[in-house]
Design a protein around this ligand. Sequence first.
Ligand SMILES: Nc1ncnc2c1ncn2[C@@H]1O[C@H](COP(=O)(O)OP(=O)(O)O)[C@@H](O)[C@H]1O
Ligand SMILES: [Mg+2]
Length: 284
Amino acid sequence: MELTGPAEVRAALRDVEYLADDRISQVVYLAEQLGKPILVEGPAGVGKTELAKALSTIFDRRLIRLQCYEGLDESKAIYEWNYKKQLLRIQAGGEEAWGSLEEDIFSDEFLLARPLLEGILSEQPVVLLIDEIDRVEVETEALLLEVLSDFQVSIPELGTMAARTQPLVLLTSNNTRELSEALKRRCLFLHIGYPTVEREQEILLARVDGLTEMLGEQVARVVSSIRDLDLKKAPSVSESIDWARTLLALGIDRVDSDVLDETLHVLLKYQADIDTARRELVEA
Ligand SMILES: Nc1ncnc2c1ncn2[C@@H]1O[C@H](COP(=O)(O)OP(=O)(O)O)[C@@H](O)[C@H]1O
Ligand SMILES: [Mg+2]
């Protein structure tokens, strides 16, 4: 799809039930125009991963996702050799001269492309999501950065593999540690925070079947005032969606302090937070 400006990005995202604000649509538009990766940062559950999925749908590109975790290394992020298959080939080789066998087993056929290489080798442009990059060690981050800077991977035995098409790259971070300056320099920065009451109401209406406008607005308002409290973990958009679904499942069509008291545990995951909210909002 050709998009002519941020407003169109926003409308296209809305069509796939992703409610963006002006900043999100502007950064997406610029990333597409400038061919730069987007670094999406913000608390858990505010729609970072979902943005990548929505972009893959509106641009009609396959989504390739690298879920980061502590200990993730090159062999899981970029590529590795299929040792098992290589061994079998060597065993089957028998008399063959070692030289030609070596050439043979370090060929495409024995290469396992992991998400980054897969994205680079794709004939059709993809959306490449590197999710929760703050979970990998700094060294691994540098390695990923190298691939993203040149859109190429060097494999000693095979040579350099350059991107056939330019992927749209999104990196997300929950901010558990600082990312490197080098990475930030490469990317367009996008902070996604908790939505406004209006945007959250729209998200709820898009994502929760059977929700009325009135209940959607109440949920968004109450959640927003809960986020203003001093909590260990503020409720995210996923939790307000869960809460709205809970209310519907219980046949509740308006929120009062009894309802809040009975269902707070769907929104808050620490007893201390539940106590705080009860004190400030239910008993007040
Ligand atoms: N802007 C949005 N529009 C529509 N749904 C949203 C939006 N933001 C969050 N959501 C909902 O919240 C859920 C959690 O979002 P997710 O992308 O997994 O959060 P994150 O990756 O930031 O932790 C999604 O599955 C989606 O249903
Ligand atoms: Mg996520």
